[in-house]
Design a protein around this ligand. Structure first.
Ligand code: AMP
Length: 383
């Protein structure tokens, strides 16, 4: 009997546990919160990720360890890896946790990124703004996600460097700050990929993503992209995975402007933009992540037809209105509603773009969420 340990007990751990059940796997999830939603399906160890006693208990009860979020302290991942196999490896995690180290690595392996500069002081912010120009975005180097810990500098709207420093300056000496050029992208895409212990590398079809207030709202797979762009995106992902000796699933988020790709960030875990693969692909990102970390054969990442994922943020809409639609699948994460919180999603599958657009139209109308489905329908309709 193999037990997979997961640090972090949110919806990603929950979907990993659900997907691992057919493989006969057992799970142990560790989280700081006693009501972590993965605990509804797997034994939950409540503890602090820096507490060596809790980590030692976790290590003694699992055969392999992985993560459902990237901000597990790198030292804790390292400590664990001296006792039990940990995938992805702690070095990869440490690089990805720091936007500066991450972007520096992207450049090193030839993956283009927006202009960026480290910001350690108020003077450095002014120098960086002068060099990079406006608009630009000041971000925390560590611990930011879903658009949190970010300030967009647009002096003409009053969002000046002074305002950015008031908002984030205090964090320059704690988590660090980075200034990035603002990319006026046409679209955002992501590569969800998996690399096995033996180095085998596979990608799911390129996915297009729409964000609202920095949080993913909808994903469409396959993305409407030409073969050259898709091949470039996959090649970027492969080079990063090889450089990091990465094992497991990750997502590479990319901005696309005039046919050129610029990397935003890499998420070292199963990713929201790959949730559609649960029903939409031959093998989901969740099951392939487990297969990868266990050194088992990877499954096909191919898909039939088209899939769209809609995120439910804050609260769940009416499930039955979605379930009534052919090809629609419902995911309730078992979390209590809270503004801004990801509480569930739906995946809609169809054989043709027209059918998918029709199903999304029905869901948007039934839930009063036309604005959420509109950009996806526009893309499917060739707009
Ligand atoms: P992040 O937390 O870095 O993934 O940012 C969340 C979202 O903010 C991204 O998916 C983009 O929609 C937007 N964003 C972040 N960085 C930039 C940038 N340099 N230029 C334009 N939009 C950005």
């Amino acid at each position: 009997m193999t037990t997979v340990g997961i640090l972090g007990g949110g919806q990603l751990a929950r979907m990993l546990a659900l997907s691992g059940a057919p493989l006969g796997l057992r799970f142990l999830v560790m989280d700081t919160e006693p009501d972590a939603c993965a605990g509804q399906f797997a034994p939950l160890l409540v503890g602090d990720y820096r507490d060596e006693r809790a980590l030692a208990e976790f290590a003694s009860r699992v055969d392999v360890a992985t993560f459902d979020f990237e901000n597990v302290p790198a030292e804790s991942a390292q400590w664990l890896s001296e006792r039990v196999p940990v995938f992805p490896n702690p070095r990869a995690l440490a690089v990805i946790q720091d936007r500066l180290a991450e972007k520096t690595l992207f450049r090193k392996v030839g993956v283009p990124v927006p202009e960026f500069a480290n910001v350690g002081s108020r003077e450095e912010l002014d120098a960086a703004v002068a060099r990079i120009g406006t608009p630009c975005i000041l971000k925390t180097r560590r611990l930011g996600y879903d658009g949190k810990g970010q300030f967009r500098i647009r002096p003409e709207t009053g969002a000046t460097a002074d305002a950015a420093w008031d908002a984030l300056g205090a964090q320059a000496q704690t988590v660090g700050l980075i200034l990035e050029a603002f990319v006026p992208f046409d679209r955002e895409v992501s590569v969800v990929a998996v690399r096995g212990r033996d180095g085998e590398f596979r990608t799911w079809p390129l996915t297009e993503n729409w964000h609202v207030d920095g949080v993913l709202s909808a994903s469409l797979a396959p993305a409407y992209a030409n073969d050259a762009l898709t091949a470039t995106a996959f090649d970027h992902a492969r080079r990063l995975a090889e450089e990091l000796d990465y094992v497991g699933v990750f997502a590479l988020e990319l901005f696309c402007r005039d046919g050129v790709l610029l990397a935003n960030e890499l998420a070292p875990r199963v990713h929201n933009s790959g949730h559609w693969s649960f029903e939409g692909a031959e093998t989901s990102q969740f099951q392939n992540h487990l297969r990868a970390v266990l050194g088992r054969p990877l499954g096909s990442t191919s898909m039939r037809g088209h899939a769209c994922m809609l995120n439910w943020i804050g609260e769940l809409p009416d499930a039955d209105a979605v379930l009534r639609v052919a090809g629609a699948h419902w995911h309730d994460y078992g979390k209590s509603p809270r503004p801004g919180r990801k509480v569930g999603h739906a995946t809609v599958r169809a054989d043709s773009p027209t059918e998918l657009a029709q199903s999304l139209q029905r869901i948007g109308a039934a839930l009063g969420r036309q604005t959420q489905v509109a950009p996806v329908i526009a893309r499917l309709s060739g707009a």
